[in-house]
Design a protein. Structure first.
Length: 617
């Protein structure tokens, strides 16, 4: 019987078509789908398939569920008609199975080709797709989920199937699933830490069993390390600061009441990592004062540990992270001089790690990050495009070295693409437009290659949207508003699709907004007076980098006002942006999107002056 909220009157949630040689895989998939519980907050959500169900059961396996019917094909047709979806378990064995092929054709004959989901478990799409999934000219049914280790992996692939069956966007489902997993982990691990700490205390003072106490202490420290690294890594993608607070509190409880002088070195290291993590959370909240105190305390600890072991790579790395966060705080607080001092130290330590262990790809990435940070200061704070270009090229060399050491690492791929983006920005700002176009083309190739290898990583899709916006800005700088508008339109459409899959993402929402604003601006430049009709701007928080688009929106409105001859409205809008963004010590280019408010206002003032001259004549 289907759960309340099931999206159709189908008897079965799904019908699994498989080769008998793959019975173990089929049984695993049946069990995984039937035991999966939708996140509670999604149950009942309206979708094109109907309300989201709480469970997917039963799932049809013909070996266990078909009766000994006189007409097996007729029984199969009824079972397929009674199933919400047909899931084809794709393997080389399935591709050779006439029975699997027949089941697919029966579903297609029912006019339900859109309800067929291809799930790849072995081989590739060329050798594992049954003939019925291959159309004219060799076109193949889109792959719904790749369960191979080299693909999505079983967990993400299962979520992709669930998303397709329920009608919920994958981004929303992953967000809710991570939140649910994190809540469970917090409860279990926090209880474990508390229990271990208590038992450790009993061992030390009541039982006086030194060896047992030491073993329990090591377990407690390992659990704290798990809280600070693994569990935070599981919670962080959900973006829930309240849950991160619970993780932090569970770890802090272990250290509370302990003397720093007597604390073992491993515990000091864990405490420093916890302080940096807590500082990052407070910076995300906007509480920079509390963030600073956490970062400074962490830096004091890591500096002391490094002084005691200056050749220990882990101690060097830990202190490098503390220097990075001190620089991040200084930059966010409008103190570029302190940011540069901290990031120079970060670069020195990262280079030391590369010298000591040159075959470590993660150390190469750290060195790249350090150069990139300094390049960002050169570009956005000082508008020194020559110095910035040198920094970004150095970062790109480190990223290429890391990728050579780990050729399929998605982090190294993303970092290389990011490094190319920064270099292209410095080239555009410096007027080297042909070079900027070439660098952006190289970045796009890198992103497409990475997206094909890691289809579950939405970051590469976001990167391609940013690449389109950047190409539009290059065309705009070249005085080609038509070409710029085409790039911005492509970016807007891609960003809208990605944002629909992940409506919780502030990054995607801001990227979509920027694409819309750039497209409107290019259409105004092309003379379309109606391009900004209905354009509304929100009141931005100047400290929020995701609010940058709203001040840019005001400048787009300024341009529209000038186009219709309303110079008074244009002056008022531009003055408001100038007051907010052109403060003493402010970076020349904005922190998130690299917007040059000063240059845009100057251009608009010149346009207004030109209009006034023409009117005076």
């Amino acid at each position: 019987m289907l759960d309340p909220g099931q999206q159709s009157t189908a008897r079965y949630s799904a019908f699994i078509s498989y080769s008998r040689q793959d019975i173990r895989l089929a049984r695993w998939l049946q069990s995984a789908l039937e035991s999966y519980r939708m996140p509670r907050r999604l149950v009942g959500t309206p979708t094109p398939h109907g309300p989201v169900p709480g469970r997917f059961r039963p799932v049809f396996l013909d070996q266990s569920d078909l009766t000994a019917a006189p007409d097996l094909l007729d029984e199969l047709s009824h079972s397929l008609a009674d199933s919400g979806h047909l899931i084809v378990l794709c393997t080389p064995q399935a591709a050779r199975s006439d029975w699997v092929d027949q089941e697919i054709r029966l579903m297609q004959a029912l006019g339900r080709g859109a309800d067929i989901l291809a799930a790849l478990f072995e081989g590739d799409e060329h050798e594992s797709f049954p003939p019925a999934l291959v159309g004219p000219g060799g076109s193949r049914q889109p792959l719904a989920a790749d369960f191979r280790k080299s693909g999505d992996g079983r967990r993400l692939a299962l979520l992709k199937l669930v998303a397709a069956m329920s009608g919920i966007g994958l981004g929303e489902l992953v967000h809710r699933e991570e939140s649910r997993r994190a809540r469970r982990l917090i409860t279990v691990v926090a209880a474990s830490v508390a229990g271990m700490a208590a038992f450790g205390g009993l061992s030390l003072y009541a039982m006086q069993a030194r060896e047992q106490a030491e073993a329990e202490r090591r377990k407690s420290e390992a659990m704290v390390n798990s809280l600070v690294t693994d569990l935070r890594g599981a919670v962080k993608p959900a973006g829930n600061l309240a849950m991160l607070d619970k993780v932090n509190e569970a770890a802090v409880a272990y250290f509370r009441g302990q003397s720093l002088q007597n604390m073992p070195d491993a515990a000091l290291a864990a405490r420093a990592r916890l302080l940096m993590a807590m500082g990052e959370d407070e910076a995300t909240r906007g509480d920079l004062s509390t963030a600073r105190s956490h970062f400074e305390e962490a830096a004091r600890t890591t500096a002391a540990r490094l002084a005691a072991g200056p050749r220990d790579p882990q101690r060097i790395f830990d202190h490098a992270q503390a220097e990075y966060w001190l620089g991040h705080y200084a930059w966010s607080s409008g103190n570029p001089a302190d940011a540069r001092r901290a990031w120079n130290q970060y670069a020195r330590l990262a280079d030391q790690l590369v010298t000591m262990q040159p075959t470590r790809p993660d150390w190469r990435l750290e060195a790249g990050y350090a150069q990139s940070n300094l390049g960002i200061l050169d570009l956005r704070q000082d508008l020194d495009v020559a110095a910035a270009g040198q920094r970004f090229r150095s970062a790109i060399r480190h990223y290429r070295d890391a990728l050579a050491l780990a050729p399929d690492d998605p982090i190294a791929m993303a970092d290389l693409a990011d490094g190319l983006a920064w270099l292209a920005d410095s080239q555009r700002v410096g007027g080297q437009l042909a070079e900027a176009r070439g660098t952006r083309s190289e970045q796009a190739r890198m992103l497409r290659q990475a997206a094909s290898r890691h289809p579950g990583d939405i970051g590469f899709r976001i990167g391609l949207v940013g690449n389109e916006i950047a190409n539009g800005r290059i065309a705009d700088a070249a005085g080609d508003p038509q070409r710029a508008s085409a790039h911005f339109r492509t970016a807007r459409e891609a960003a809208a699709r990605a944002a629909a899959d992940d409506p919780q993402s502030a990054v995607l929402a801001a990227t979509l907004r920027m694409a819309q604003l750039w497209e409107t601006r290019s259409r105004l430049i092309a003379g379309n007076r109606q391009a900004a009709a209905g354009l509304a701007c929100a009141s931005p928080d100047i400290a929020d980098p995701f609010a940058e688009p709203e001040d840019w929106c005001r400048l787009v409105q300024t341009r529209a006002a000038l186009l219709r001859g309303d110079r008074a409205a244009a002056r008022s809008l531009a003055a408001a942006v100038s007051e907010a963004r052109q403060t003493p010590g402010a970076p020349r280019l904005s922190a998130r999107f690299g917007l040059d408010y000063a240059a845009e206002i100057k251009g608009l003032e010149q346009q207004a002056g030109g209009q006034q001259e023409r009117t005076g004549r």
